[in-house]
Ligand binder design. Structure first.
Ligand code: 13P
Length: 257
């Protein structure tokens, strides 16, 4: 973390878990145990249908609501889809884009990720853009090249003045939901690479200000070590964000001076 230059953002990704009826009890429990987040922003990314309940439940505390996907088109005949302006109109602030589960199960590509990034920023949403390598790619030694390509493609055409709105999340696929966390050094190496790519594209000042998260089996036990790394500015948390005590532990680790 480097709160002098950029925001630390702790974001939960509930994926397809939780029920609408569980949102309020979760929020009440979290509010009871989390220290007032001073250094970090906190986001909970919920399934679309839970966004209104989540905004109501978190209204009186500093937790913002995000969702986990959007459609790249502005509007039209796209049955079953949700646009960026619908989300912004509802009061949603963040959207996860290009999560590896969407790339793997729903055919999302680096090109569609780029279109979704544009849709999000045009509507005033903050995209949390996910990049990350598979175990095979890591073992082949192509992680950094792959990450360069994913970041460059995701950000193609994004003007410098919009970069303040963009968060990148490094999520190694092999660490998601597996209990295998990247070591703090491995995670920081890739987050530093992402910052170097942004520096090449946008210059040092913008690169220094962009929030880069780590995601992949982050929990209340390993968060402090990961967040102590200079280029890891927060976390994108799956499993541990479903349990208020664990999520609070991560927030409190980010909140330490
Ligand atoms: P886990 O924290 O369950 O490994 O999930 C990480 C993730 O995919 C967050 O988007």
């Amino acid at each position: 973390m480097n709160p002098k230059y950029r925001k630390t953002v702790i974001a939960g990704n509930w994926k397809m878990n939780m029920l609408n009826s569980q949102v309020k009890p979760f929020a009440e429990e979290l509010k009871g145990i989390v220290n007032k987040p001073k250094w970090c922003d906190v986001v909970v990314c919920v399934p679309y249908i839970m966004a209104p309940a989540a905004m109501k439940a978190f209204k009186d505390c500093r937790v913002e609501v995000g969702v986990q996907n959007l459609n790249e088109n502005e509007k039209g005949a796209f049955t079953g889809e949700v646009s960026a302006s619908m989300l912004a109109d509802l009061g949603v602030k963040y959207v996860i884009i290009g999560h590896s589960e969407r790339r793997q199960y729903y055919g999302e590509t680096d090109i569609s990720v780029n279109k979704k990034v544009h849709a999000a920023i045009n509507a005033g949403l903050t995209p949390i853009v996910c990049v990350g390598e598979s175990l095979e790619q890591r073992e082949l030694g192509v992680t950094l090249e792959l990450i360069d390509y994913q970041v460059k493609t995701a950000l193609a055409g994004v003007p410098a003045e919009k970069m303040r709105k963009v968060i990148i999340a490094y999520e190694p696929i092999w660490a998601i939901g597996t209990g295998k966390t990247a070591t703090a050094e491995q995670a920081n190496e890739v987050c530093a690479e992402i910052r170097a790519v942004i520096r090449k594209l946008y210059g040092a000042r913008i690169a220094r200000a962009v929030t880069i998260q780590y995601g992949g089996s982050m929990n209340d036990g390993n968060a402090a070590e990961l967040l102590a790394q200079p280029d890891i500015d927060g976390g994108l948390i799956g499993g541990a964000s479903l349990v208020a005590t664990k999520f609070a532990g991560i927030i409190n680790a980010a909140n330490k001076e």
